[in-house]
Design a binder for this molecule. Structure first.
Ligand code: ATP
Ligand code: MG
Length: 405
């Protein structure tokens, strides 16, 4: 048994949008051990779409489509399937009733065009869409399966979970593959590989995925057996130690948040070159008000002095981008908000403003407590302003994490 995915939509063939729905489908297929043999992105053109459906169907037992189910002229998935399979469609009044009720509940009336969404194939299983108007459907044709989902990502995700996953679990005989993601901070990709050398040597022919992003490095362990995953995870932990900050859906900010909440501790931030990026990440976590008191964007020297009580003499002596000022920012904001921890960031994000002594990408990060402080000087030369800022926030969170434990 194998599968193919078709993402329908001209917009994903241009430079502004990418198909992400297929990744959600792929994750489900992987869990149940169904190989994906092709995936494609097709324009909203009837003949192209019909050809693609026919081709995918000829090569796969399960074809999953997303998008093109809406009420407008360019939503052609239904028509393409009808053409590819030579099937008739009919109107399902109960779908019209449901869509009408949905519009009524929002105080408007259903536009006439929405009736197109009630065209169904004889024998199809209609998949009610609680998140939107376009229902999906499941159709069995010549012993093969077609699953048709709307394009709106959160609608598709809900429908996968509600309909597709249980179905696949049933026909595939249960979970075939498990995935465990280890999240690493404070190391570069090559740093991780260096530390994992003994692991690679011991498991040469096992696949291991390493993904690097500004949010950390992910190591994906995918195995049929949970025992194997647990064993490999232990080996990795022995090599990577405290650089592993979390698992699966953890983020550095969620992990730091959990640690602070558990200890009943608080934090405040004073940011220069990151302009509030750190505060944003901390407050991305629901419930962060339990431990995040607030912060200041201290961009100009004046703000460092006014908002974080940095001694102007210190700035004069060492410059705004210096260990002394980073520590003073952390201490000052901690005192100002009477928190357990204060975090200070000051650096040169670029592209301008660098010098020989302090090139673009030089960033000082400090975490202060009532009694001491930790400092890290980092240098990310040859990257972009965005990356320097993202890595600065990341490093500050990691420094905070290591100071808490
Ligand atoms: P509806 O009529 O309910 O909007 P639809 O099935 O017609 O559903 P589309 O019009 O194709 O869906 O897409 C709706 C939105 O979802 C668009 O913003 C589109 O960019 C996005 N989208 C569609 N397909 C994908 C995909 N494969 N990955 C990510 N986003 C997608
Ligand atoms: Mg549409």
């Amino acid at each position: 048994m194998n599968a193919a995915i078709i993402a329908v939509g001209t917009e994903m063939l241009g430079p502004t949008r990418v198909d992400t729905n297929s990744l959600k489908v792929t994750a489900v297929l992987e869990t149940y051990g169904v190989p994906l043999v092709r995936k494609s992105v097709v324009a909203d053109i009837l003949s192209e779409l019909a050809d693609e459906v026919e081709f995918a169907f000829g090569h796969s037992d399960i074809v999953i489509t997303s998008g093109g189910l809406g009420p407008t002229e360019d939503d052609l998935t239904r028509e393409a399937l009808a053409r590819a399979f030579g099937l008739e469609m009919q109107v399902d009044q109960s779908i019209i009733d449901k869509i009408e009720a949905r519009f009524r509940a929002r105080g408007t009336t259903m536009p006439e065009v929405n009736k197109r969404q009630a065209n169904v194939f004889i024998g199809q299983t209609t998949l009610n869409n609680e998140r939107g108007t376009a229902p999906g459907f499941h159709l069995e044709v010549r012993g093969k399966h077609v699953w048709v989902f709307p394009g709106v990502p959160h609608e598709l995700e809900w429908m996968l979970e509600r309909y597709f996953t249980p179905w696949l679990a049933e026909i595939s005989g249960g979970v075939a593959r498990h995935r465990r993601v280890l999240k690493v901070a404070g190391l570069t990709e090559s740093g991780v590989e260096e530390k994992l050398k003994p692991y690679y040597a011991a498991h040469r022919d096992e696949p291991l995925t390493i993904l690097a992003s500004p949010g950390g490095i992910e190591l994906h362990l995918v195995f049929d057996s949970l025992d194997t995953i647990a064993a490999r995870e232990q080996e990795m932990l022995a090599l990577l130690g405290h650089h592993v900050f979390g698992y699966d859906h953890d983020t550095l900010e969620s992990v730091v948040g959990r640690m602070l909440a558990e200890r009943g501790e608080t934090v405040a931030t004073a940011e220069s070159c990151t302009g509030g990026l750190l505060a944003q990440r901390i407050t991305d976590v629901a419930g962060s008000s339990a431990y995040y008191i607030g912060g200041a964007v201290c961009y100009d020297a004046r703000a460092k002095v006014d908002l974080a009580r940095v001694d102007p003499g210190l700035i004069k002596a060492h410059g705004e981008v210096s260990e002394e000022v980073a520590v003073a920012l952390a201490r000052g904001i901690r005192e100002r908000f009477a928190t357990t921890y204060g975090v200070g960031i000051t650096g040169i994000a670029g592209p301008g403003g660098g010098s020989e002594a302090k090139p673009v990408g030089t960033v000082h990060i400090a975490v202060a407590t009532a009694t001491d402080h930790a400092h890290r000087k980092t240098f990310w030369g040859g990257t972009t302003r965005q990356i320097v800022r993202a890595l600065s926030a990341q490093t500050a969170l990691d420094l905070l994490r290591k100071r808490i434990r």
